[in-house]
Ligand binder design. Structure first.
Ligand code: ADP
Ligand code: MG
Length: 443
């Protein structure tokens, strides 16, 4: 340790007459003490020794207490990873302090994804191409009605075949929408820069005259919204295992956007219709038209117009417009509730008290008996109660009102990994059309 010595300057107050006489007196009493030193030498030495020993013991005890407390808190929250055992109030531990800069390892511990983190973009990826309007007209049979595969807030999406034979989804942005130019630029800028196996790949774009189109890889099983909520479902409902994998894929997508994209990205419109499913029912996130990047941050948050979708908006964002990554975490919690219950976020046709999914579900999520009653009847009997309670606990911490207490997406990923891993070991006996993707790692 460095010791500071302060020199007393000449003529400084330290050398006034008063001080001098005081010092003189002090010296005199010192010499008096020295004269009388031999009277009780052993008693003084004993007192000094006892005092020193007591101080040392006290210091050692407090050091041990501090260390024990630290070990205890590290055991409880320290990994900052597994949140599934934390109930609603316990979720307070999930504040910003648990940030980890590492990408979550894949279920099979094979994949670390993020910019410069090991996985290249999909091998078929050829870079973002620029298309003419004519080329896209040809690809979609002149944007025929029969090729429409989706309609969203910003445009109509067509299925098309590009000149090299690639099947693509082609999104034509509405001409009259004020936000069109901004949303087009954001998607092009962002998706040419960031690539992840958990985001729908942008193959190219078209900015021919007044036309604005975006070309994406085609996702054959459409949106999660369609799979969960379509009124006239021709296909089997998604099973428990598939739902868990979708939940993990989506958590990884948001983890990538929040933690590994640079600057970080807030999706701002995370919902079931913006989650698309590939041929193996693996999920990827799409629709970055409303996204905000971390470079727009002031004091850790972004103040913005309130845009997004009712039922998915975090309360603090809906009331003040203050946007953080925790707004996406809330929306993720709503999607998790949809996967669990099969219900839409807002349904005015339901009995009073059940219109808003979060308000209906929250008190039930922490009650072991009621959790079972709220599960989608289509997946009853497919899960272990332990897994169900863990997923419910994750949903509960994600949708809590206090944004700071919501978990980071990296923690959600870490909590879901063991549940999905477990599926792989027990699913060998399951006969389902989704079995193929149990053995299809992402990268
Ligand atoms: N790559 C794709 N593959 C398959 N279907 C898609 C694809 N992209 C969009 N869709 C369909 O179109 C819908 C709207 O697309 P989206 O990108 O969300 O547009 P919007 O910005 O208008 O909301 C989606 O919910 C989905 O049903
Ligand atoms: Mg959309």
């Amino acid at each position: 340790m460095e010791i500071n010595t302060t020199a007393v300057p000449e003529g400084s107050p330290g050398l006034t007459t008063n001080n001098y006489s005081h010092n003189h007196h002090h010296l005199r009493s010192q010499s008096y003490n020295q004269h009388h030193h031999g009277i009780l030498p052993s008693a003084s030495i004993l007192i000094i020794i006892i005092a020193t020993i007591s101080i040392t013991i006290l210091l050692a005890i407090s050091l041990i207490i501090v260390m024990l407390r630290r070990i205890k808190s590290v055991k409880k929250y320290g990994s900052g990873k597994d949140i599934s055992n934390i109930n609603n109030t316990g979720g307070k531990s999930m504040a910003h302090g648990t940030i980890s800069s590492n990408a979550s390892p894949d279920v099979k511990s094979r994949c670390l994804y993020g910019p410069n983190l090991g996985c290249a973009p999909p091998s078929k990826f050829k870079g973002v191409q620029v298309f003419t309007y004519k080329e896209l007209e040809k690809a979609t049979d002149k944007f025929s009605e029969g090729n429409v595969i989706g309609k969203g807030g910003f445009g109509v999406v067509y299925k098309g075949v590009l000149s090299d034979g690639t099947v693509a989804a082609i999104k034509m942005l509405h001409r009259e929408r004020k936000q069109r130019e901004r949303s087009f630029r954001i998607e092009v800028d962002l998706l040419s820069r960031i690539h992840s196996p958990y985001l729908v790949e942008m193959l190219g774009y078209c900015a021919d005259q007044h036309h604005r189109l975006l070309i994406f890889e085609f996702m054959p099983n459409g949106s999660l919204h369609h799979q969960l909520h379509a009124s006239h479902k021709q296909q089997q409902p998604l099973n428990w295992g598939t739902r868990l994998r979708i939940a993990l894929d989506c958590a990884r997508a948001l983890e990538f956007l929040h933690e590994h994209a640079s600057p970080s990205v807030i999706h701002r419109d995370f919902k079931c219709s913006n989650i698309l499913l590939d041929q193996n029912f693996r999920a990827k996130v799409t629709d970055f038209g409303l996204a905000k990047t971390g470079s727009e941050k002031i004091n850790g948050q972004i103040s913005t117009r309130i845009l997004g979708t009712t039922g998915y908006l975090a309360p603090e964002y809906a009331s003040t417009g203050k946007l953080t990554t925790k707004s996406d975490v809330y929306s993720y919690g709503v999607v998790l509730l949809e996967l669990l219950t099969g219900r839409v976020p807002v349904d005015t046709k339901r009995p009073p008290g059940e219109h808003v999914l979060v308000s209906w579900a929250l008190p039930r999520l922490t009650n072991r008996e009621k959790i079972v009653q709220m599960v989608d009847p289509a997946i009853r009997g497919q899960y272990s109660k332990k897994d169900l309670i863990q997923v419910a606990a994750i949903a509960a911490v994600c949708v809590q009102t206090e944004a700071d207490y919501r978990p980071l997406m990296i923690d959600v990923v870490q909590s879901l990994i063991p549940l999905v891993k477990n599926l792989s070991s027990v699913s060998s006996s399951a006969s389902s059309r989704f079995q193929s993707h149990i053995v299809s790692p992402r990268c």
